[in-house]
Each structure stands twice: as structure tokens, then as C-alpha cells.
Design a protein around this ligand. Sequence first.
Ligand code: C2O
Ligand code: CU
Length: 437
Amino acid sequence: MTITRRSLLAGLTSGLLATRFPGLALAADEDGVFDLVAGPSKQRLFTQDAPASDLWTYNGAAPGPEIRVKKGERVRVRFTNRLEEPTSIHWHGIRIDNAMDGVSGLTQDPVEPGGSFVYDFVAPDAGSYWYHAHNRSWNQVARGLYGPLIVDETEPLFDRAHDLTLVLGNWLTVNGENRPATVLVRGETYRLRLINAANARVLAIDPNRFGAQVIGFDGQLFAEPVTLEYAPLMLGPAQRVDLIVTAETGFEIEELSGDTPYPMAAFAVSGENIRAGAFALHPEVNALPEPDLGSARRVRLDMTGGAMGGMGDIVYQGRRLKGSEMMTARQAWAFNGVANLAGEPLFAASAGETIVLETVNRTAWVHAMHVHGHHFRVLSRSGSTVDEGRPWRDTFLIGPDQTTEIAFVADNPGKWLLHCHMLEHAAAGMNTWFTVG
Ligand code: C2O
Ligand code: CU
């Protein structure tokens, strides 16, 4: 650590900035129902004297309030739409009842302006999740309609003061603030939940730079904390990573994809150096259905399109489009030659069937593919050893010309989306669906 950074952090300890660590969880009403209201609001995104931006938010702030429940608990959210356009809420990463998945036009009618809807579901798995708008998401999420959804373990691993949620947004803000600073107690261990809520930005983060270990991806904890052997960790749109860090000295979490590291959040430490001895973590791992690779059905997904994609014609709403028609229809990407939701599902799985999805990225871009309603294991990624150990995820990154195989048990009945979570890509074609019967 350089002198400059150390003195900077020393400065932070004295003039502590207001932060929202630990995030205040949204209180439920006496019936146990959470209230979420989507509406327009103004927020200063960078400094307190910056002009306020016009946002669309849940309960007046971006990110929206932290919803915190216990594993296995019933979650009820009374949602009211005070926007001027229809919307719905998706509970990203939750293996949810299909009717509550919040996808406008697929699992529910959008909630009209002035309307309301009660989301009522069980959160079966502990972990770090999030919620966001799922109608015209490329616009609604970009304007601020997202927030954290944290499902505590039956016995939480950390108390609330040591369990910090960092929602990383489009403007490289953290919890809606530009480079928030917080003070940790020296020698104590903290859990950091990083949620990438940006529309399209892949964040490059190196946990080794601040002595953190990875304890899970996309809500699913590993059996043991892992020290990454590669760097940086690429956190794609919609992905989450849970870290643990023991606060020895001050540190910053930086985004490393640019020429110079961009500081996102600063942590200072205070107090005597009393190491409480080695920290032992025994996470309760969620019981997800294990894919049966021997009997799996293989499905292939070809991704094409984009500026350098040389895509040729695509089918959109049942019709073959020629080059200029694609522009008019604002469609630029395709899955298996079809832009946007095909009339027929990509596949119809019988309940309990294992699906191996082989995705081939024939575009010149990186994408973040999300499967609704299920977690999957990443089986292989061509040309990469990253993700060894077949981690569970709900969103995977796929680089240009890369082939990735994932496997999951299709055990959640209903209609589920499979789309790129770079939300502009989804709107412009990278969107399909499957059914579980
Ligand atoms: Cu987080 Cu279909 O989305
Ligand atoms: Cu994409």
C-alpha cells in the first residue's frame, strides 16, 4: 500500500463520511408485508453539491431499500406503481414460484401506472440476491429501479454490523454514493456482498489486493472460503460475489478495467489490533438439485449479432428481417437466428430433467447470460480455467468466441426467461425462454 493511499485513509478515519453501512433493512408492516413504491425521484449521485439527477426509484432511493428475510421464509411485498409507465419486479436469483417471477408479458401482466400487485413467495435459499424492474428493463433499471434482497442463513454467519451490502450501479456508485467510506473495527472479520446492478458494465475486482477471500457467487456459498488464484475477478451485470475480509489496515475496493484503478469504496480501520485468532467459517450450503450429467438433454444456443457480428438475416416476431429492417425494429442480436422471444420456447423440459446448455458466443462482445428460476453449475468455459470447481451461478459471463457449458435440473415448473443481462442486448434481441412442464 502506498504512502499516499495510507494517508488518504487516515484522513477518512478522522472525517468520517455519512454512509449507509450497514444498510438499514426495510421494515415490514405488522402483517409482515413489505411496501415498495416505484416512482420518480431526485438524487445527487456524485457529490452533495452536484445537481440532482432525475431517477426512477423504489421508495425514493437508488438502490432501493434492502429487503432482508430468512431462508425458507415467506416474503410478501405490496408493490405500487407510481411511474408513468407499466412495470413489474423480478427477484433475481430466487428459485421462485413462476407466477411471482415478475417478468412483464411472460409471467404476469405489467402493473399499470397507479396499480399495485402483491408478490408472495418463499425464498428457499440463503444468499445475496437483488430485485429490479422487468419491463423495459434497459431503461427502468438504468434509471434506478433496483435494490438488494438478502436472505439470511438460518444461523446468520455474521451479525448485522459485520455484514455489508455494496450495490454497484451504473455510475460506479456504491449504495448510491460516490466512493462511500466506512470504518471497520481492526482485527474483526466482515462479510462484503457485492452486487453488480449496472446495465452493461463488467466490473474487474481483485479481492487479493485487499486481502479478501471469496465465499460464494450469485448467492451460493462455497463449502470453504477460496483465495483466488487469478485476477481480476470479472463481476458481470447481475452477478454477485460474497467476500470475507479481516480488517487489518485500511483498503479500497477498486475497479480495475481502466488504465488506472478506479476507487469505488473505501474502508478505514480503527481500534487496537486485537486479533481474535483465526476466523473459522462453516457456511451452511444451500441444497440445490445436482444435475445428472449421464441422462442430460443437451441444448445448444448460438449467439450472433452486434456491430461486428456478420449476422445475416434474423427472424423477429415470426418474420425474416433484412439488414435495414433490423435497424427499424431495433434488433441487433439473435439466439439461434431468432431475435427476442421466439414463439416457441428454446426447449420444453419435463420436470426434473437435467439440461446441459452449450452456449456459443459468435459475437465480438462479452455477454452475461441469466437463467430465470434456476441455479446452474458452470461445467466448462473454453480457453479459461476460471470457474474451475463447477460453481453454482444464476448468471454467467461469456467472452467473444467462447463456448460455455452449464447444467441444471429443470425442476421449477413454468415459463422462464434466458437472456443477456446486458439489458440493452436483451432489448435488442438476446432474449429467449424455456418451459418446465
Ligand atoms: Cu435480473 Cu431477467 O433478470
Ligand atoms: Cu449481451
